[in-house]
Ligand binder design. Structure first.
Ligand SMILES: [Zn+2]
Length: 347
């Protein structure tokens, strides 16, 4: 991470303001001083990454993201405006591990002149450092079209993603040293909330009868989720959505639905429901009693200004939808997240 120094003020007026600010800084506490400096301009790819950086950065970071609700990151192409926005950022944060498949070349090119953090990769490294294993142990290997590469969908494992908070804090602190203590404290608090969410998700999925703990979705976004919370997972499409589901994929998924007897399969917010509807029709044709259990947030969050427009809310929605449709009962919401729920007027 390159270090930066504050720009020298170019005009006399700016210079005077700068001197006042620097003088005041001696009188201010660390938190107040952090707010007195300009927020770091951060541009992220996905909204999950943006939410994490916002939670950690607070007033120290001004965060915008390129990919809104319903946008598939595997297929997303940068517009001229996006390239311009990324080029003017002080820090670019993307997921990495090939998630933003079509953006790879743009990110590589900009990475030589704009500080850039691949947050999922950093989270895996931090998780591995804490567990005295290597980063590969935290990451799942890809399959089929994604063979030889790591699965990028880390944010769906709240414990694993909790390590992203410290990585985001380090990147902000490197560019805004005065923010260091504040963002590290916020990262620790956010990681605690993610760990509470993780424990709740584990307890909730454990209430699903064991024979029904199979999660069938549009594409393979949920392998980390399944590993973390104890569900076998099967996506009709592979880890990336870059190649479309074939008739054989649909038939194989219908076979699996019939063999396991799962009562529900799930569509995803970024993917056309047609493939899951085809699986449903194929399974029902052969006597299967199966329904669509709801829509999950795999590769994008919900609308901004709703609970599902946050990482905690997207995971909460997924757990409630999956556990309920598979015949389990959701665990009591954790006390550590009572404030979060109250802020959204949720029980
Ligand atoms: Zn995906």
């Amino acid at each position: 991470m390159p270090r930066t120094t504050p720009n020298h003020p170019r005009t006399p007026r700016a210079r005077a303001a700068w001197i006042v600010t620097v003088t005041l800084a001696g009188l201010l506490t660390g938190a107040a001083w952090a707010q007195a400096t300009a927020p770091l301009r951060v541009v992220t790819t996905t909204a999950m990454v943006a939410d994490t950086v916002r939670e950690v950065g607070g007033a120290c970071a001004d965060v915008v993201h390129l990919m809104g609700p319903g946008i598939d990151p595997h297929l997303y192409r940068a517009s001229a405006g996006d390239v311009d926005r990324l080029g003017r950022a002080e820090l670019i944060v993307h997921n990495g591990l090939g998630l933003e498949g079509q953006l790879g070349a743009v990110l590589d090119r900009l990475g030589s002149r704009v500080p850039t953090l691949a947050l999922a990769e950093a989270a895996a490294e931090a998780a591995a450092a804490g567990a005295s294993a290597d980063a590969d142990a935290a990451l799942l290997d890809g399959e089929d079209d994604y063979a030889g590469r790591a699965d990028p969908h880390l944010w769906l494992d709240a414990e694993l993603w909790s390590h992203a908070a410290a990585a985001a804090a380090d990147a902000i602190a490197a560019l805004r040293p005065d923010c260091g203590d504040g963002v590290r404290a916020q990262a620790a608090a956010y990681a605690e909330r993610l760990l509470a969410l993780d424990a709740w998700a584990t307890a909730s999925v454990a209430a699903v009868p064991e024979a029904r703990r199979t999660l069938v979705t549009s594409h393979d976004a949920f392998r980390y989720f399944g590993r973390a919370y104890g569900l076998a997972v099967h996506g009709v499409e592979g880890i990336s959505t870059e190649s479309e589901a074939s008739i054989a994929d649909i038939r194989a998924t219908a076979d699996l639905v019939l063999a396991t007897g799962v009562p529900a399969i799930f569509v995803e917010s970024t993917i056309s429901p047609r493939t899951i509807e085809a699986v449903l029709a194929a399974a029902r044709d052969r006597g299967g009693e199966v329904a669509i259990g709801g829509s999950l947030y795999g590769d994008a969050m919900g609308e901004a200004g709703t609970p599902e427009g946050t990482l905690i809310g997207m995971l909460r929605h997924n757990v409630i939808t999956i556990v309920t449709a598979l015949g389990g009962q959701v665990a009591p919401w954790p006390d550590a997240l009572a404030d979060w729920a109250a802020a959204w007027n949720l029980p």
